[in-house]
Write a protein that binds this ligand. Sequence first.
Ligand SMILES: *Cc1c(COP(=O)(O)O)cnc(C)c1O
Length: 425
Amino acid sequence: MNIDTECIHAGWDPGDGDPRQIPIYQSTTWYYDSSEHMAKLFDLSEPGYFYTRLANPTNDAVAARIAALEGGAAGVLTSSGQAASFFSIFNICQAGDHLLTSAALYGGTYNLFAITLPKMGIEVSFVDPDAPLAELKKAIQPNTKCVFAETLSNPSLNVLDIEKFATLAHEAGVPLIVDNTFPTPINCRPFEHGADIVVHSTTKYLDGHGSVVGGAIVDSGNFDWTAHADKFPGLTTPDDSYHGVIYAEQFGKAAYITKIVAQLMRDLGSIPSPHNSFLLGVNIESLPLRMAKHVANAQTIAEWLEKRDDIKIVRYPGLTSDPYHKLAKKYLDVAGGCGVISFDLEGSREDAVKFLDALKVISVATHVADARSCALHPASATHRQLSDEQLVSAGVTPTLVRLSVGIEDVDDLIADLDQALAKVG
Ligand SMILES: *Cc1c(COP(=O)(O)O)cnc(C)c1O
């Protein structure tokens, strides 16, 4: 099936007399006739549900839908994008291990990697994703267990050279995990370029309506854990907490995801509410339509901004002037990738604030990737404690504006930007 069809049908195949839409299984527990049946479920020798902290049919249907969109073998939903990033790594990394990551990351992911993982004894190295392969290889260590990067980074909008990163990871005998939140599987399918595992903050475009926080992890099933058995004992040796099951032997392409469910969900929780998953499943049905409109609107606005004298620079991978345009054409179905644009105004930090405050249709919010357009001035929000000099060294200029273009009529958005720009200077 084509991806537009999968958005609507994948993950839920109703039988005769079943509900047409994915039903909400709002239940903590499942009933069974015999303790023998229950025992088989606990031994993982028979599939089935027993407690929603581990798995729930509504969650599983929506996870299967996202896995289908990515072209993966198995998937699982988490309660947030942060939980998805954490579990994707903690499933194969423990104290004493090393993670190699691109430095172009979402702020929350940066904190997780720079502060929290080291507290757990996991070493983390940050690399410039645009460095040549030979340079990147120097950051690989004997205890490296995975390589991580964002396909289209938030907020810097760097397009990842996925093949370069896949080579880096595979030559080291470890998987490449990518965060595909911004382009979504509609505009980028990382498994086609060698990535092994994909994570999502479904809070962004997949939900797309600013209504549910969530995450997802999808495994391509392509990484051969047993070929690197010494690096991944958690998948290739018996799990004492699950009656000696060896995930890679018993579950094949679903080994990595099964281990997340059986161990991490059991011990750490982070399962989404079935009701949230239901909303996510419904909203994914319109994802192809929404992504097309986000990209078309953002492209129009980026080109309009680029022509103005009161705008210093516009960054959007869909612009031929953008440093990532070539990579965008290679890896993204439509070069823009998503609806997020960043630009620098002529003027001062105060002028940028004046501009933001004058917007009427476009709201000021820290959220991105929503049906509603919103804008953020990092220098007066997420980075407000920094001086102008400190801002520049953090890669954020005092007049930088991040605009998340929604799916409203583009003429209304341009009129709003135009009247707000007129109030500056
Ligand atoms: C928002 C975001 C996250 C974190 O997701 P939450 O759902 O907010 O926990 C991770 N990665 C990227 C690229 C994001 O934009």
